[in-house]
Design a protein around this ligand. Structure first.
Ligand code: WT7
Length: 630
């Protein structure tokens, strides 16, 4: 491949990496995908199993409600499991897992299929049928994977709620999805302590009228409340004979909803992003295979939580679709010591590690000695996702973890996109901090207020100019919001909510969110959720939340609070409010700092100007203040 000279600091792939890579010529692949976009995706789809093939690859008859592979029938659970059973992969490790306390579990494709069928039969016995919603609220344990695939098998819609969320967040998601069944674990281990998930679920269930049954997975074994007629132990149900009957995967239209995943947006309550079987399957399969260059013998570790899209696409669905071995670890990277991950890589011979900048920065803080004590030579590729990675952390990851030999796949994407959108592949020259270019076939742009492409190196709004298979289909229960939020600012184009710039080589550099979303340790939180948690406290009249730069977390939450008449702003109250937000939303949303103020900057229409608060906190120019009320 003829390479033109690239500007800035560039890391070229080693010969060994390129020789092994599935894709050796990115330009050729990209050209092919651009010239025949639908043909490109159809060719990938052909590699998966369809009970019936599609009539049309992309159906644009009802924009922006695009459909993919219309007329086809399939089932993603069948493609993750059953297709492998007639091949040698039947005996290959599909999933292996280590607990924070050192417990170990492993599942061949054969055994995973068995477990999933069992779980599906349990759900069936509770009356779950195609289209029903099932909420899953657990720590990182294999049963979570069984539960997801069991829902998919039946055509039920799973809604995984991150185990780090609390009562309010869980309650809201149960209500909005009108879930029939909740699957929960008794507790989860977090840094040696037990988080009592069942107790949180009990509180949330008090006001969630639609849930008929609760399946409880035993993980921590501590005493919990079991409500007769509602709550059932998973291990008891799965030992009943019905579990062993097998369970055929439902034959589903390609556009059948697969899951809901709640994520934070600009306003109000979290929105339920909806993904479907066919397109999501093709997108996750294709993107993982090429970007992380999946080979049969690989042990792939996506260290995210299955409660987020990263875990859905790249712990569960993508890896199983490609037939690779996926590793899952229950605990935190630094517990009990900062070498926990390096130990695991050495112990299990992990080949590909995919994590987030916040984890990398957090580990970097402990110095080089911890990783250097371990043999990390099995690693071939590294990955990062969730927020922009600062070049310093990139280089540390590259040099210390990757021995200077493992390319880093900096993958930009979103809950909404389902798959990697801006990403390198191993053969692509890298620039630390840039995700390089859009995945082959995708057309993206950076535009100004008027929708015109900006010049190289100018900042603008990141948009996507044509549909892709694993795109969200709608916001569950709120199609208008789907149209307004994503497709109205620049009609016909998808608005990502991020700002970015593109350099003279066409490399994309993500700057950050331009809406009221704060990325804390890569987690996506809406200012509205934090603010509404604060005002639900009896002492608070009004509140505003902003994100300020933080060394490890990327951003940390700072809150400005107006107290009710006669309430005194003590340090003790500030601490109480921090804990209150943690209880309502979840520990990840706990503010770093609470500042008591007597007024907040607002527009004349009463909207809080967070930009002004942020500028003031950072001591920079707040910019245009013409809309400020006072
Ligand atoms: C937002 C989406 C998709 C997996 C995890 C996050 C930010 C994501 C990158 C990256 C810079 C990134 C964006 C995006 N983001 N990946 N590689 N470089 N920023 O999913 O919670 O839906 O958040 O995360 O701001 O819009 P999510």
């Amino acid at each position: 491949m003829a390479q033109k000279k690239l500007s800035g600091e560039v890391f070229l792939p080693s010969k060994a990496v390129v020789e092994k890579a599935n894709v050796k010529d990115w330009d050729e692949m990209s050209k092919r995908a651009q010239e025949d976009y639908e043909g490109f995706w159809a060719a990938e789809a052909e590699k998966l199993h369809w009970f019936k093939k599609w009539d049309k690859v992309l159906d644009e008859s009802n924009k922006p409600f695009y459909k993919w592979f219309t007329g086809a029938t399939t089932n993603i659970s069948y493609n993750c499991l059953d297709v492998h059973l007639s091949t040698w992969r039947r005996n290959k490790l599909a999933l292996f897992w280590e607990g924070e306390n050192g417990d170990f579990q492993s599942y061949s494709y054969y055994l995973l299929h068995k477990q999933v069928c069992k779980f599906a039969n349990i759900l069936k016995s509770m009356g779950v049928v195609k289209g029903d919603r099932v909420t899953i609220y657990m720590g990182r344990v294999p049963e979570l994977v069984f539960a997801m695939l069991a829902c998919a098998r039946l055509g039920a819609i799973h809604s995984v709620v991150f185990g780090g969320f609390s009562v309010e967040a869980l309650h809201e998601r149960l209500e909005d999805s009108k879930s029939k069944v909740l699957i929960v674990s008794d507790g989860s281990y977090v840094r040696g302590k037990i988080v009592n998930l069942k107790k949180i679920a009990d509180e949330a269930l008090m006001r969630a009228a639609t849930v008929e049954h609760v399946v409880v997975v035993r993980r921590t074994g501590h005493e919990i409340n079991m409500e007769a007629g509602r709550d059932y132990w998973y291990h008891e149900l799965s030992s009943l004979p019905m579990g062993n009957q097998g369970c055929e995967a439902e034959v589903l239209d390609a556009e059948t909803p697969l899951f809901l995943l709640y994520t934070s947006g600009t306003t109000g309550k979290p929105k339920a992003i909806l993904h479907t079987h066919g397109g999501y399957m093709v997108g996750t399969y294709t993107s993982l295979k090429y970007v992380f260059d999946i080979h049969e013998e690989d042990r792939f570790w996506c260290a995210a939580d299955p409660g987020w899209i990263t875990g859905h696409s790249y712990i569960v669905y993508g890896p199983l679709l490609t037939g690779v071995t996926s590793f899952m670890y229950e605990g935190a990277p630094t517990h009990p010591y900062p070498n926990r991950w390096w130990q695991l890589i050495e112990k299990y011979g992990i080949n590909i590690l995919y994590t987030a900048p916040t984890a990398i920065r957090g580990l970097m803080k402990y110095g080089d000695a911890w990783p250097q004590r371990h043999d990390l030579s099995s690693l071939r590729l590294l990955g990062t996702v969730g927020e922009p990675i600062n070049p310093e952390a990139w280089k540390w990851y590259h040099r210390v973890i990757g021995r200077g030999e493992c390319p880093i796949m900096d993958t930009w994407w979103q809950t909404e996109t389902g798959m990697f959108m801006i990403t390198p592949m191993p053969c692509v020259p890298l620039k630390p901090g840039s995700g390089t270019r859009p995945f082959p076939g995708l057309i993206m742009d950076i535009v100004n207020e008027d929708g015109e492409s900006v010049k190289p190196n100018e900042e603008g709004f990141l948009i996507i100019k044509r549909p892709w298979p694993s795109m969200m289909r709608t916001i569950y229960n709120d199609p208008d919001r789907y149209v307004n939020q994503y497709w109205s600012r620049y009609p016909g184009y998808y608005l990502t909510g991020d700002s970015a710039r593109r350099d003279e080589d066409g490399y994309y550099w993500i700057i950050g969110r331009v809406d009221d979303v704060i990325k804390v340790s890569g987690y996506r939180l809406g200012t509205a959720e934090i603010e509404s948690a604060l005002v639900s406290h009896t002492s608070v009249a009004e509140a505003a939340a902003i994100g300020l730069p933080h060394d490890v977390k990327g951003n940390a939450i700072h809150c400005f609070v107006i107290l009710k008449e006669g309430v005194e702003g003590t340090a003790q109250l500030a601490e109480e409010l921090r804990q209150h937000v943690g209880h309502e939303v979840g520990p990840i949303a706990r503010p770093e700092q609470i500042e008591f103020v007597s007024s907040l900057p607002k527009t004349r229409s009463g909207k809080i100007m967070r930009r002004v608060l942020k500028a003031k906190a950072l001591g920079i120019d707040p910019g245009n203040l013409s809309t400020l009320e006072e």
